[in-house]
Design a binder for this molecule. Structure first.
Ligand SMILES: NC(=O)c1ccc[n+]([C@@H]2O[C@H](COP(=O)([O-])OP(=O)(O)OC[C@H]3O[C@@H](n4cnc5c(N)ncnc54)[C@H](O)[C@@H]3O)[C@@H](O)[C@H]2O)c1
Ligand SMILES: [Zn+2]
Length: 366
């Protein structure tokens, strides 16, 4: 496929799956047909918030009559118990190896549906119809699937590529402000790690983005997806380069867990990006002005740059138990400059504590 509305993700140099961009849902039937997915028996996996908004409308766009299964919404349900319920639903309804799963929802639904597809009958096909900004900009591509385990993020999972990703900003009409902002944190991350021009473009288009102008958002999704695509194509299973996508996630995940998942994922990513940029400044890589510009850019997009009630030692401990620790060394992503991230294994506990302090808001500062 080389249509203008399509971006093809490669694996091993060969086309693996397409991301299709449309202004609304009406192109879904054609996209399924174009990709030979229209004759499959399908289960739409969604969540209890998205189901009443979109499940019937989306189901009607599939030839045949797909069944719909809704997981209880929320990160706290991203676990193996809910995966078992999906398996049960698939078995009871006689889904077989030729069947298709369609993830209709945010990153939680996408990660779980992908994991169910990767493991049910040793693997069946799935597609992504992401409905949050975070899922369209980031989580629906790259093939990382999985669930949280014992409070640890994404501890159990599999790499499994979707057969198609269908993106439309039409879904954002019902997304609340906090969730929209959360997705924007990953978008900022893409600019910061790989593309200074994109970062500047985001700054320049702040108002259009905040107003959710569909054309601006489609351009933004496409550029974010291109950046992620380039990185995952080079390193599909995170042996090196792909770690750059974890920028902001070492401290971000630690705060997310410390706050018991009461903050949105992207809110924690924003905090983590501020912390990692702060460290980059302290290491003399970024100028003070650059650091403050990055930090302050999250604010107009409704993202936090500091957080209250943090136990610095506990967040430090949690940052070390993250998956990103390899051979006992913490892989920390720093910025050499805006648009140029690298993996560093020498970040000390003292530096991490200083970064945690930087994002901690205390009464005395008020
Ligand atoms: N696989 C990856 O590469 C990857 C990358 C980044 C994040 N993630 C994962 O993604 C998850 C976060 O994703 P998320 O932020 O989309 O969270 P989410 O899936 O929980 O969605 C956020 C909330 O919005 C609701 N919602 C979804 N679409 C909606 C719509 N169109 N209108 C109204 N409400 C809607 C959901 O029901 C939920 O309550 C985390 O679990 C994170 O670990 C995965
Ligand atoms: Zn993330």
């Amino acid at each position: 496929m080389s249509e203008e509305n399509t971006l093809t993700v490669l694996q091993g140099g060969k086309p693996c799956y397409d991301i299709v961009y449309e202004k609304d849902l009406s192109g879904l039937t054609k996209a399924l047909k174009d990709h030979g997915l229209d004759t499959r028996r399908t289960a739409i996996i969604t969540d209890t918030n998205v189901a009443p908004l979109y499940a019937q409308q989306v189901a009607a766009l599939f030839p045949g009559k797909p069944l719909i299964y809704a997981i209880p919404a929320g990160e706290e349900n991203k676990n193996l118990t809910q995966i078992q319920e999906i398996y049960r639903f698939l078995i009871e309804n006689h889904f077989d190896r030729s069947s298709l799963l369609a993830a209709l929802g945010g990153g939680v639904v996408g990660d779980m549906t992908g994991f169910a597809a990767a493991t049910y009958l040793r693997g069946i096909d799935f597609i992504q119809i992401p409905t949050t900004l975070l899922a369209q900009a980031d989580s629906s591509i790259g093939g990382k699937t999985g669930v949280d385990f014992a409070g640890y993020k994404n501890m159990v999972g599999a790499f499994c590529m979707p057969k198609l990703v269908y993106e439309t900003p039409a879904f954002f009409q019902t997304l609340d402000g906090r969730q929209f902002a959360s997705g924007f944190a990953e978008v900022m991350k893409h600019g910061l790690i790989r593309d200074e021009d994109y970062y500047v473009w985001l700054l320049d288009h702040m108002y259009e983005i905040r107003d959710r102008d569909p054309e601006t958002l489609t351009k933004m999704l496409r550029r974010s997806n291109e950046i992620k695509k380039e990185i995952v194509e080079q390193d599909p299973t995170e042996k090196g380069q792909r770690m750059l996508l974890n920028f902001g996630h070492t401290i971000g995940h630690a705060v997310e867990k410390y706050k018991n998942f009461t903050l949105a994922h992207g809110e924690c990513v924003a905090l983590g990006c501020v912390a990692a940029s702060f460290l980059s400044w302290k290491r003399g890589l970024l100028s003070k002005e650059e650091y403050y510009e990055i930090r302050d850019m999250f604010v107009p997009f409704g993202l936090p740059i500091s957080v209250t009630d943090i136990d610095r030692e506990e967040v430090l401990r949690l940052s070390k138990s993250d998956k990103k620790v390899r051979d006992g060394k913490r892989n920390f992503i720093l910025l050499r400059s805006v648009g140029d991230a690298f993996v560093d294994q020498t970040v000390t506990d003292e530096e991490v504590l200083a970064a945690i302090d930087e994002i901690t808001w205390t009464e005395e500062e008020a």
